[in-house]
Write a protein that binds this ligand. Structure first.
Ligand SMILES: [Fe+2]
Length: 187
């Protein structure tokens, strides 16, 4: 069996079960943005894009916001936990250590970036959050939390890519106004 295809299938199976309804779309959409930002993105980056949030799909494994002092610590724990889950799945797939270590590291640093490649993953993930997740996030968490999340998310996008998010339009008028405010306050 092709190990890479098995791995991709396994990631999809797990994320499909996520209690967060937009998780599967976000996984695919992050890969789409990754390929828009870098059409030559290698296999490890593509797999990391699909699986970067995988821990969130597993009830009983996922980290919880209330257990962390602040949002950055929570996001760091989320990235580490997703990287660990990916490593466990990759062990079932007979992957080379080199590829498995590379994917671990990309997922581990997807929230902050730490190399040119993980920076692209962070940007693809951040743009996809605005593209796919934000309307769901708004309904679940309300205006005040969404505003904080928007500002946090917008600031983590590389400056030259921020116009991509600024061009997105939201059907919900309150959300649209909120995003406009966030963007103008961040500039
Ligand atoms: Fe994500």
């Amino acid at each position: 069996m092709d190990d890479i295809n098995y791995l991709k299938r396994k990631i999809k199976e797990i994320i499909k079960e996520s209690p967060v309804p937009e998780d599967l779309v976000h996984s695919k959409n992050t890969l789409e943005w990754l390929l828009k930002l870098n059409p030559d993105a290698d296999e490890a980056l593509q797999i990391a894009a699909l699986g970067h949030d995988i821990e969130r799909a597993i009830e009983g494994r996922k980290v919880k916001r209330e257990d962390y002092k602040n949002y950055n610590e929570f996001k760091d724990a989320h990235a580490l936990n997703s990287a660990k889950v990916m490593t466990e799945i990759m062990k079932e797939c007979n992957m080379s250590k080199r590829l498995a270590d590379d994917i671990f590291s990309l997922v581990r640093y997807h929230e902050t970036g730490n190399t040119k490649r993980s920076d692209i993953l962070r940007d693809a993930d951040s743009i996809s959050f605005f593209h796919v997740n934000l309307p769901y996030y708004f309904i679940r968490n309300g205006a005040e939390e969404t505003k904080k999340r928007c500002s946090w998310g917008y600031r983590r996008i590389s400056e030259h890519l921020q116009p991509i998010v600024a061009e997105l339009v939201y059907r919900n008028k309150e959300l649209e106004a909120l995003v406009r405010t966030c963007i103008s306050e961040s500039e």
